[in-house]
Design a protein around this ligand. Sequence first.
Ligand code: GLP
Length: 266
Amino acid sequence: MKVLILPTAERAAMHVAKLIADTVIGTANPVLGLATGGTMEPVYRELVHRHQAGELSFAGVTTFNLDEYVGLPPAHPQSYHSTMRRLLFDYVDIDLERCHLPQGDAKDIEVEAARYEAAIANAGGIDLQLLGVGSNGHIGFNEPTSSLGARTRVKTLTRETRSANARFFSSPDEVPRYALTMGPATIMDARQCVLLAIGAGKADAIARMVEGPVGADCPATALQWHPKATIVLDPEAASKLKMIAYYQYVHPDGQEPELGGGDGQS
Ligand code: GLP
């Protein structure tokens, strides 16, 4: 894992936006895996800004979001379909036909899960998968004890996750109980993973994910097996890492020396 600790939350988000922009610019027919959550809002703002400044086109880009709430139709204001339009899709030159999210209101949710997996494969796989992390170590909506080999399927959300996401709904009871999410194995298939975490509330999950043993009690630990995973943090999210001095020594202020390729700390 490459651990980059940026001096501020804003610079961490800017760095992630740059990694995404570099992939879009440097890849033929780029396929992005996208994430929702409050952490991603400044990332999408920066991508929109770069587009509006004429620096970045999404014309040939295909996207697949990690997850969607089960039962919410795409037009529901809190569906991830709507969220993505509000944060990114409506403000850039992306072809909406190429923007994929699991269909949370599909009649047969298992068929939908299989269709989503096939759609990712048909697109040639994901070049860069953007990830946040839940304070309990979930990625996508893969709650603790998710099988690390699981692919897209329905997961029951924990009470903790539902209450963390209640801020986006008018009452906590409105937060759906289930989500359709890419599995850890779907995420691991991406050619590159970039995880952004901000704030002290994520510090335990980050320490567990980067330095703890791989285990289903923290699904984000699956990324320890990924050949190209970059973890971008602000100082608060990094505050419980035991080897923080090493990460800062290798990547001062989160800068990446030009040593070429590389997945690790080099
Ligand atoms: C949500 C999403 C995740 C996200 C996480 C953290 O439930 N399914 O993709 O990474 O929780 O969200 P936030 O960035 O709002 O803390």
